[in-house]
Structure formats: structure tokens, C-alpha cells
Design a protein around this ligand. Structure first.
Ligand SMILES: [Zn+2]
Ligand SMILES: [Zn+2]
Length: 399
């Protein structure tokens, strides 16, 4: 099977790289991936892949059914693979010939590569149908960067009828060399919440602070105390981040302002710690406010949940990667990532895993950066590992 997969991957490699560059040159923001979606659908249709209509203007659901006879117990299995496809509001500075033609928008997170890999995978799996039983669902998901795309797609019922027993996704990893895959079992990416706290006092002449109550002093105290929350209240082995990223208040050098607002984000791997911080953040801000004779209005918004990789699915991916790329190309990632990823919502519907596909070259790159570019050389490895994972999962003899 390994040789057969590589042969098919090699056949689609040029097409997939061209598709990747096409997406790169024509980037579209979340929920506006019209051209990207049209191209994907056209290519899926040309390859004879079934597209299931969903109630979304962008994004696509493709279904490929194996034609091998299922010899395992029960119903033949279903597996899902998801890729995102949206770009970012960043002005490109890579200087590549296929650089963004759209002013102020670029693929700076590699979603051009993810979408192209999933499209290449569709073409490979369509030809591999005689070798597997059951069903593969391919999710071309819009608007990952807005963090609303996955939820919207799931609301269309894409994970039902039939329901995948596992769902996987990859993300380019600048920290890993091209040709490698990184895996991590367990909580791998953080939840991402937002908070805003308005401290309300009584404005006064700066020369007579005792005539008012100082919302600015309360806010300043809160900024420091929120770090003490991590240092003194969260268990030391837990990973969590509280970052205050905004502070607004005051208009004049000689007026104590009436209101000061702070805002920021909370990142956690554990849902329990997330709950703890959300509750204590409110309490700390309102207690500090009252100790300064002010009051606090706190808005805490729960964003994406943390992303926890299922250990069994992770091992299946590691095995597929070892088979296709070599044992030495499978990297056991040491630490989770405190960034967020809305694939976490898919993992609330079925066990699954996100793995990292090495795209790190000689030049160090950062995602969400004007100089970022996905590595074309990593595309075949991405398709091959996913094809191997899917065909193993759906192998006609059962697990
Ligand atoms: Zn991103
Ligand atoms: Zn991304």
C-alpha cells in the first residue's frame, strides 16, 4: 500500500503545489472564501468526488466511499479529515512570484497549504476506493482565523449522518523540518477566552484626588494582581496564560478619569483551570475595585475550547507517518502550544487529533507574519500521511 500511495501522491504533487500557489496568490478572509471554494468544488467534481451540499456560502463537504467489501464487525467505519482555507488581514512581504494579489490580505498561517493538501488527498483517495471500505468525509472549513468557521460548519450537521468515529487535521509547523510530522497525545492547544473589565470611579481634579475615587489606580492594581492569580492560585504544573493587552482611560494630564477599561485574553489547557481563572478574574477585579472605592463591570467571553488529542488517534497518525516517511521523521512534540485552534470544536464531536506537518526550512519563519510562506516541499508528505492514516482506519479487514 505504501508504494501505491506514494505513486498516487507523486501523480497529484504538481497539481497540488499549483493549487497551493493559486490559493496563496488569491487569498480570501474568513467567510469570504468564494473563489477558493469554487476552485475546490470544480476540482472535486472533475475528479468525480461527491460534494454534499451544506448551508454555507463558503467551504465544502466532500464524501468518498470505499468500494472494498467490509469484513470487520458491525457497520463499516467513517473517518473525517478537516482543513481550513482562510487568509489573514496582513500585507504580504515575501517577494515570491505568486505573492498575494489582494492588498492587505495574505495566507500567513499556511491555510493555503492545508486546503491544497486536502484537495490532493481527495484525488488520491478517490483512486484508492477499491482498497478501503466505509466512508471518508473531507471538511473544507472556512474562517478558522475568525474562530467561528468550525462552529458554523458543525451547525450544518457535517459530523452527523454518517458520524465519523475519528476526525483528524494537520497544521504546518515552522518549528519542524520539512519531511517530518510532529505528534502530541493529550491537551495540545489552549482555549482562548476574552475579557474586558471596566473600572468605574469618580473623576476629579488631579490636585484633589481625595475628592474622587481613582479608577485608574484600581485598573493598574488589577493588571498586576491578575499575574498573581497565575503565580499563587493556579497549580504549578498547569499551563495557563493571562495577558492584559489593552488599557484605555483618561483624557487630560490633570484629571483623574472616571472610567478605565482593561482587556485581554486567557489561555488554558485544562477546562477546570479555565473555569477557575474565569471566576477568580471577576472576583479579583471587583474586590480590587471596591478596595479603591470604585466598582468593576466584567465581561468574560468564553471562546474556543482547548484542543485535546486522543492518544489512540495520535498513535495511529504516528504509525502512518512512520510507515510513509520513516520512523526517524516522527517527532514527539515536547510541549503543548498556547495558541488556539477552532478544530477543537470538531474534537467535541468525535475523538481525533491535530498533528504538525514540518514546514521549517533554513529561514526561520513565524506565522501571522508578512514574511510567512507555506513550504511546497512538505505537501506530498502531508497527503501521504493522511492517505495512509485514512486507508488504515478504513481497511476492509477491520482494525
Ligand atoms: Zn492562524
Ligand atoms: Zn492556522
Amino acid at each position: 500500500m505504501k508504494g501505491q500511495i506514494w505513486k498516487l501522491v507523486d501523480e497529484v504533487a504538481d497539481f497540488t503545489v499549483a493549487a497551493r500557489r493559486r490559493f496563496h496568490e488569491n487569498p480570501e478572509l474568513g467567510f469570504q472564501e468564494f473563489e477558493t471554494t469554487a476552485f475546490i468544488k470544480k476540482e472535486l467534481e472533475a475528479a468525480g468526488v461527491e460534494i454534499v451540499p451544506i448551508n454555507m456560502e463558503t467551504g465544502a463537504l466532500a464524501v468518498i466511499r470505499g468500494t472494498a467489501e467490509w469484513k470487520g464487525a458491525g457497520e463499516p467505519p467513517v473517518v473525517g479529515v478537516r482543513a481550513d482555507m482562510d487568509a489573514l488581514p496582513i500585507a504580504e512581504e515575501t517577494g515570491v512570484p505568486y505573492a498575494s494579489k489582494v492588498k492587505g490580505i495574505m495566507h500567513a498561517c499556511g491555510h493555503d497549504g492545508h486546503a491544497a493538501i486536502l484537495l490532493g488527498l481527495a484525488k488520491v483517495l478517490q483512486k484508492l476506493r477499491p482498497h478501503f471500505a466505509g466512508t471518508v468525509k473531507l471538511f473544507f472549513q472556512p474562517a478558522e482565523e475568525t474562530l467561528y468557521g468550525a462552529e458554523r460548519m458543525l451547525a450544518c450537521g457535517v459530523m452527523e449522518n454518517p458520524k465519523p468515529a475519528a476526525v483528524v487535521a494537520l497544521h504546518g509547523g515552522v518549528e519542524l523540518p520539512i519531511g517530518t510530522v510532529g505528534v502530541y497525545p493529550g491537551p495540545f492547544m489552549a482555549s482562548a477566552d476574552l475579557f474586558k473589565v471596566k473600572f468605574i470611579g469618580k473623576g476629579t481634579h488631579a490636585a484633589y484626588p481625595h475628592k474622587g475615587t481613582d479608577a485608574l489606580a484600581a485598573a493598574a492594581q488589577a493588571v498586576i494582581s491578575l499575574q498573581m492569580l497565575l503565580a499563587r492560585e493556579v497549580e504549578v504544573n498547569e499551563r495557563a496564560v493571562v495577558s492584559v493587552c489593552q488599557i484605555h482611560g483618561g483624557h487630560a494630564f490633570n484629571v483623574v478619569p472616571e472610567e478605565v477599561e482593561i482587556g485581554g485574553t486567557v489561555r488554558c489547557l485544562s477546562p477546570d483551570v479555565r473555569k477557575q481563572i474565569s471566576e477568580r478574574l471577576r472576583a479579583i477585579c471587583s474586590d480590587i475595585a471596591s478596595s479603591y472605592r470604585c466598582r468593576a463591570e466584567c465581561e468574560y467571553t468564553f471562546g474556543i475550547p482547548s484542543l485535546a488529542n486522543d492518544p489512540d488517534v495520535t498513535e495511529d497518525i504516528a504509525r502512518a507517518a512512520a510507515a510513509m516517511l520513516g520512523e526517524d521523521k516522527v517527532v514527539r512534540i515536547a510541549n503543548p502550544i498556547m495558541g488556539g485552534e477552532d478544530f477543537a470544536y470538531f474534537l467535541q464531536k468525535a475523538p481525533g487529533a491535530m498533528f504538525r506537518l514540518g514546514i521549517g526550512g533554513d529561514v526561520p519563519m513565524l506565522t501571522h507574519n508578512p514574511g510567512f510562506n507555506f513550504a511546497d516541499e512538505s505537501v506530498p508528505a502531508g497527503i501521504a500521511v493522511l492517505a495512509k492514516y485514512v486507508t488504515e482506519f478504513l481497511n476492509p479487514e477491520g482494525k
